[in-house]
Ligand binder design. Structure first.
Ligand code: IVH
Length: 688
């Protein structure tokens, strides 16, 4: 049982504080950096509220690092960081109708207003997307940034310029400097369409519209963002050189004049009753809106009052979010199905009696893993409470034990793969069980092929999931190299695609053409296509940059003894990844596939640009401390010029680039006599 807050003594409070902080940080990372939340907003809010209460009772536990003092997390990605001229804050939350009363009273007290004075409130939906700040100078869009940690975000200007709702140039007469804040989001129907396309192409399926929007904005290639159906609602201002209105309502209208879509539906309420009625109205009509919302935002209408109210910690006093309760429903769990993933991971999925939750029909829910089923004692045939918080894949919250049928049996997680029947084992410290079937497991084989042809890998159009599946069944494509033999087989009469159902001359030719157009492939894409466990696009690039061509890579990877340490020296590759890489190249079958593919392809070595002139080609470089551009960008620049970027300083290091706040690495470089450069010296060297 959980202790109530008041039972806590200080030691308990301290350890609970630590636990909560860790949990919140973990979920922040999942939500903000990886776009893959594991818990619903409501569950997350609970953690935050408990932490806030704990800190109220034990103020000595508050530190600058506490999640209560920060919004989100610092951006760590490859995008350039930008400081917000006016911080992008978060909103405090309300959950109960009664809390609205307290919110208004607090404002009244702060402003010292008599009971007779009306406090007008603008109420509008809280859009479930990602916030964005747009900076206009002389009416022209000059910068778009994500919220990041509230003070510093990521420059997403190029990507944002592809969104139709965002004007590149403002209409009317905007102030010289105007920062418009709002939410980038995706409509539910567009989200469903996008996911369908993703599935057909064997690409990442997004958990919900918010993640799809965030994932689309965070693309390194703005051409991809341009293809995603993103939208934008404007709802507030950041820096502005001239006052454009005296009220929030007026700002809404001005924003519309400038060319933005204002957040709808919105209402101007003049008392608490009206606010609460508006909340319930929006809550009830929520499913009819074409986009996800997770609450109603209340904002004081008068801007002079907003100014006086100001901010506290991470949120304004003049606004708050009245959150919706998580949507739950009871249904019957028909069956627990085990899905096999590309790398053999077995994932349990609940097949449900379809039910509508918050306007959406749900027929499947995630069960996470073996331990989760055991912990909640979930059995087939149970009545279960499922929850859809609008933001995560539906989850099974708990079982209604009183409705359990007698004779129901505890679910035993299979120790064999449901597909190929090979043993499925769970390694120490791992949450997941894995099929050991490898090559003989059909499901893994098919998923690997789907990955091989997917957009970020070989990007072969015309080979969707269904086609791959049936080609596999029929023996047309069993292994990646078979893809490149299709044309030959057609020409020699061994294969006929054009007379298949749904095919024709044109689609047959198109397929051949799209396959042939991919016979030349950059090394990093080739490595990524191999589908080595844990090796995504970024690591594939690292491997390509460090080993340059396929033969060099294969030769070195076959030599684990000598190469292990060297591989670990690459910044971004850890032990577990290294084990998976060597594991892959230790399989004779994998080497055979590479050999066969080499006969069909031209694998372009990583260095296509002429690096002969670069002074840093072949040099080993270590970055440490803070420099003006992000670490990822610096690394990419150096690698482009043929340098190898390492995470640790050794005798083999040629240059250490030391920014501000350099510590142990700088010291080590000095001890070893390695050349240390400051950022300017580095810029000069790398541009010469
Ligand atoms: S007003 C000072 N209005 O909710 C903050 N925010 O949890 C003023 N959001 O970061 C924000 N819909 O990204 C405002 N209609 C709306 C909103 C909205 C969604 C987001 C925004 C903010 C977050 C706070």
């Amino acid at each position: 049982m959980n202790k109530s807050l008041f039972d806590f003594d200080k030691e308990d409070a301290k350890s609970r504080h630590k636990k909560l902080t860790e949990q919140i940080r973990h979920h922040d990372r999942k939500y903000y950096a990886e776009d893959e939340p594991e818990i619903s907003d409501a569950q997350y809010d609970k953690l935050r509220i408990e932490l806030e209460k704990l800190e109220k009772q034990y103020p000595e536990l508050v530190t600058k690092e506490s999640p209560t003092q920060k919004v989100g997390i610092s951006p760590e990605t490859a995008f350039t960081k930008v400081k917000h001229s006016v911080p992008m804050l978060s909103l405090s939350n309300l959950f109960e109708d009664e809390d609205v009363h307290d919110f208004i009273q607090r404002i009244r007290r702060f402003l010292n207003l008599p009971e007779t004075e009306n406090i007008e409130i603008v109420a509008e939906p809280k859009i479930d997307g990602l916030s964005c700040s747009l900076r206009y100078e002389n009416g022209k869009l000059v910068m778009a940034a994500t919220r990041g940690d509230g003070t510093e975000g990521e420059d997403i200007t190029d990507n944002v310029k592809t969104i139709n709702d965002i004007p590149h140039e403002l209409s009317d007469t905007p102030p010289e400097i105007l920062e418009v804040r709002g939410e980038i989001y995706m409509r539910r129907d567009d989200f469903a369409k996008l996911n369908k396309q993703q599935e057909e192409k064997g690409q990442k399926i997004f958990a919900n519209p918010r993640n799809a929007a965030a994932g689309s904005v965070r693309q390194l290639d703005s051409k991809i963002t341009a293809k995603r159906p993103l939208k934008f609602f404007a709802y507030a201002l950041g820096e502005h050189s001239k006052i454009i209105s005296k009220t929030q309502w007026g700002i809404r209208n001005k924003l519309e004049k400038y060319g933005f879509k204002k957040t709808e539906p919105a209402y101007l309420c003049s008392n608490i009753d009206e606010i609460i009625k508006t909340y319930h109205h929006i809550l009830q009509t929520r499913a009819k809106l074409p986009f996800d919302i997770d609450g109603v935002v209340y904002k004081v209408n008068r801007l002079d009052w907003q100014e006086r109210l100001g901010f506290v910690a991470r949120s304004p006093r003049w606004a708050t979010a009245h959150k919706f309760p998580a949507e739950q429903a009871v249904t019957i769990l028909r069956k627990i199905k085990i899905q096999v993933g590309r790398t053999g991971i077995l994932t349990p999925v609940a097949e449900l009696e379809p039910i509508t939750v918050g306007g959406v029909v749900v027929s499947r829910a995630t069960l996470h893993n073996e331990d989760e089923i055991k912990r909640k004692d979930i059995r087939e045939g149970d009545h279960v409470i499922i929850q859809r918080a609008g933001d995560v894949i539906p989850q099974v919250v708990s079982v209604l034990m009183e409705k359990r049928k007698t004779g129901s049996e505890e679910f035993i997680f299979p120790d064999h793969c449901p597909d190929c029947k090979s043993l499925a084992i769970r390694e120490k410290g791992e949450a997941a069980r894995r099929c050991t079937g490898g090559l003989i497991c059909k499901e893994q084989a098919v998923l690997r092929l789907i990955h091989f042809v997917s957009r970020d890998a070989f990007n072969i159009e015309g080979l969707g999931d269904k086609i791959i599946r049936s080609f596999w069944e029929e023996g047309i494509i069993k292994s990646p190299e078979d893809i490149f033999k299709i044309e030959e087989k057609i020409k020699s009469g061994q294969l006929n695609l054009k007379d298949r159902e749904g095919w024709g001359e044109l689609s047959q030719n198109n397929l051949i053409e799209s396959i042939n157009s991919r016979r030349k492939i950059p090394l990093d894409k080739f490595i990524y296509a191999l589908g080595i466990r844990q090796i995504g696009q970024a690591t594939s690039k690292l491997l390509a940059a460090n080993y340059h061509d396929i033969d060099n890579l294969v030769t070195n990877m076959k030599n684990k003894e000598e190469e292990y340490e060297k591989l670990l020296e690459i910044d971004g590759i850890g032990e577990s990844m290294a084990d998976d890489i060597f594991g892959f190249f230790a399989e004779p079958h994998n080497l055979k596939i590479i050999e066969n593919l080499k006969k069909e392809l031209e694998i372009i070595p990583y260095q296509t640009i002429d690096i002969n002139d670069s002074k840093i080609a072949g040099k080993t470089i270590v970055f440490t401390g803070n420099i003006s551009i992000s670490r990822s960008e610096a690394k990419a620049q150096a690698e482009k010029l043929g340098a190898k970027v390492s995470g640790s300083v050794s005798k083999k290091t040629d240059y250490v680039i030391a920014g501000q706040g350099s510590g142990s690495k700088l010291k080590k470089a000095q001890e070893l006599g390695v050349t240390v450069l400051n950022e300017d010296e580095w810029k000069e060297l790398s541009s010469s």
